[in-house]
Design a protein around this ligand. Structure first.
Ligand code: FES
Length: 357
């Protein structure tokens, strides 16, 4: 699509944009930005700010409010020029401004840019946050599975790494922990796959119907089931049941990073079925280097049922020992997969496992 026709995300949403006049000419540009000391690179389209462009590229920059109020997204311009998209830099001292420090959420690039910025290097770099979000929608995915879509306030978004989980709490103290099923590149719109279980009061409330007037408190993120960004090995994802939720987040993040040479997804399903099968097929259709293999278990989850289908799927995967493998799902899957993969010769450092209840 021509850059001239490309509208920024904020413009599409009708969000009021300060400095509109100054930005008009920026819409025709795409700038290349390099972050130091990591060397990570991304592109800024049109008048998108530097923070939103970096997040969309899958980079885990330090930030907070996204609105010029907290100062957490400070970065130093080493070369190139920035243009303000929002006049909110009161958190910067005169000395910082003089030294070329800018707020990534309040500036865009005017031509190519080199910045010195803080990035998260793992789950331990993610601050624990407490955010009140509103329920945007609840959508059926399968008879016993719902897609819960929460939206955070514009100025208080959830900073997390793909694959991590959060605690969700409804008014009245009903709470549960869920992996985030969406990509950190959209830190305002958070998706969760909620399965109905006997005795699960949180899921029961979701299935009874939450609506736009309802709020959910989010606390997190937690967990170290995240991509090893130091590696550029091919990636294999093995999901079981609702373990597809963190795997989906990891896949979307890996796609944004564009660093892995290929991606494979093996999804084992029992009663819930492959409830986002069309999405997986669309990834497979759109990307040459994406392989999707849906497998169906005979009966309920058990180690025996997994071992009836998984060994053949792994045996058919050439070069598995040189991949990074991420496994998420119920214990019968993670136990069997861990055993089979290590027996196949995969190094333990290339195996990442998340067992869900
Ligand atoms: S994220 Fe708070 S000032 Fe940029």
């Amino acid at each position: 699509m021509s850059q001239l026709l490309t509208l920024s995300r904020a413009a599409r949403s009708g969000e009021p944009r300060p400095l509109r006049m100054q930005q008009d000419f920026l819409r025709i540009m795409t700038a290349h930005v390099q972050l130091m000391p990591s060397g990570h690179e991304f592109f800024v389209e049109g008048s998108d700010n530097l923070l939103e462009a970096a997040l969309r590229a899958g980079l885990a920059l330090d930030y907070g409010c996204s609105a010029g109020g907290c100062g957490k997204c400070k970065a130093k311009v080493l070369s190139g020029q920035v243009q303000k998209t929002r006049h909110s830099d009161y958190v910067l001292s005169a000395a910082e401004k003089g030294a070329g420090v800018v707020l990534l959420c309040c500036n865009t690039a005017v031509g190519d840019l080199v910045l010195e910025a803080r990035e998260a290097h793992g789950a331990t770099d993610m601050p624990l946050q407490n955010i009140e979000a509103r329920v945007k929608s609840v959508t059926p995915l399968a008879e016993d599975m719902r897609l819960l879509h929460l939206q955070t306030p514009r100025s208080n978004r959830l900073r997390f790494l793909a694959g991590q989980s959060v605690a969700l709490e409804l008014p009245g103290g009903i709470s549960a922990s869920y992996p985030v099923a969406s990509c950190p590149c959209d830190d305002r719109n958070l998706q969760f796959h909620v399965r109905r279980h006997a005795g699960d009061t949180f899921a029961a409330r979701v299935f009874e119907g939450l609506g736009g007037a309802d709020t959910v408190r989010i606390e997190g993120p937690r967990g170290g089931f995240v991509l090893n960004e130091e590696s550029n090995r091919a990636l294999v994802f093995i999901a079981g049941g609702a373990g597809f939720a963190p795997i989906k987040s990891l896949i979307e993040h890996a796609m944004a990073l564009e660093s892995a040479e290929s991606l494979s997804l093996i999804w084992l399903a029992a009663n819930d079925g492959h409830y986002l099968d069309n999405l997986c097929r669309s990834w497979s259709d759109a990307l040459d280097d994406f392989r999707y293999l849906p497998l169906t278990l005979q009966g309920a989850w058990s180690r025996e049922a997994v071992e009836r289908v998984l060994p053949q799927a792994l045996a058919a995967h050439a070069g598995l020992e040189s991949c990074d493998v991420y496994v998420a799902g119920p214990a019968p899957l993670t136990n069997a997969a861990e055993y089979l993969l290590l027996e196949r010769g995969l190094a333990r450092t290339q195996l990442f496992v998340n067992t869900l209840e």
